[in-house]
Design a protein around this ligand. Sequence first.
Ligand SMILES: Cc1ncc(COP(=O)(O)O)c(C=O)c1O
Length: 483
Amino acid sequence: MTNPTIGARMSARTLMNLVGELDPARPVYEALAERIRLLILDGRIPVGTRLPSERELAAASGRSRTTIVASYQLVRDAGYLVSRQGSGSRAVLPGPGQDESDSRAIDFARAVPPPVDGLRDIFARMGERMVDALDGPGFDLVGNLSLREAIAERYTDRGLPTTADQIMVTIGGQHAISLVAHTLLGRGDIALVEAPTYPHAYDALKRAGARLITTPVTSAGWDVDRLVDALTGARPALAYLVPDFQNPTGASMPTEARARVAEAARSSGTALVIDETTADLNIDRPWDDGPFARHAKRVDATLGTGAITVGSLSKSIWGGLRMGWIRADTTVIRRLAQARPAGDLGTPQMEQLLGEQIVRAMPELLARRRALLAEHRAALVRLLGERLPQWTVPFPDGGLSLWVQLDWPGSSALTSLCDVRGLSLVAGPKFSLDGAFERHLRIPFTSPIADLERGVDLLADSWEQLTVRRTRRTAMSRMPGVV
Ligand SMILES: Cc1ncc(COP(=O)(O)O)c(C=O)c1O
């Protein structure tokens, strides 16, 4: 068990707000324990936080003290709470050997595809050439000129003229988002994000001090009028959008919508942070609009066009490279380079040498990635259709996962049950800021097909068990009282 650091005390009311509605189909103590455990796991109850006493929580929640005691005991047994006489109960994360995840066989939690077919050959061919990385300091703040040129050429080829000085190489896409957020945002600035969205993006924006507002997106796409209204009404300092194969919905923004969003951002002085980490994952979308920043017009002298594009090799090639980049106007790149040393001192040369070979081989590598994703998407859609026909399963034309709609709001209960059975998943609410999306589940199709089969079996069995329990409880609650 990780030692609890001393953290803030959480009031009973704050905890109950975070917990939200409990699953009525389960015993209260169990449903409450599960919510608390997930909140700790998701970081919404930070490790070290002192939870309210059982008596306080009983009073605030209107539940009996026995219920709360039993609930805390379950969380404690799972290794997420330590209680000491006199100092209350603190949130912790289970240490090695204590978490059921140690023996976890199937990972549906991370949308992490295997190394793209062909990558081994590139690694093998690098051989002797890797010694070039030993010339000079071995790391740098903006990236090798030759790698930046290769990245810039790809943008130019895709319809967005770009020069090497508009590129900064980063340590993955997440690093890029975090650096942009910390450089451009001041404490209390408004930042607009999609709901649902990639959770570590809003984590980074929040950590940079932003006040977040949201705009909805579904598997069918954006409500563009609402997005434009949010930009022109709230005039956020920054908007973070994933317009191609959005994570988790898989939606892509049509060309006309891009032009409207770019124009609205220009008129409101909003910096658009366009995350194109997933943009190369086109399986069979019949159109390609090129980089979003094609639509951006000049905002002002400090922001330039105001469009900052984040790219990464993690999804299209392999996450283990930890290679990403930022494309922006040179003024913005210079600001980012000045700010960067506060967080890290640069990207390693070894990765950059490999990166250049990879970027130059992208068209061929992407065709292979597409073939794997097409096969896995078809397998997962078929398996879910067979085993869970009551769910609404979309068929996205790209990306890495399905944003599935469940027939009742039990996403957290399902992920908890699957977790103890060796299948890790992320519940729908993790993709929101406010605990929404209990009716949704993101299921990546990146695992080997055999794992997809076993995983869907486990999902179906667990869902059936939860549904039976729920039906029984609903029936009981409808029984007339004995008077
Ligand atoms: C939309 C999006 N952006 C960025 C990232 C982070 O990418 P990287 O592994 O390059 O840091 C992810 C990872 O899941 C993602 O889904």
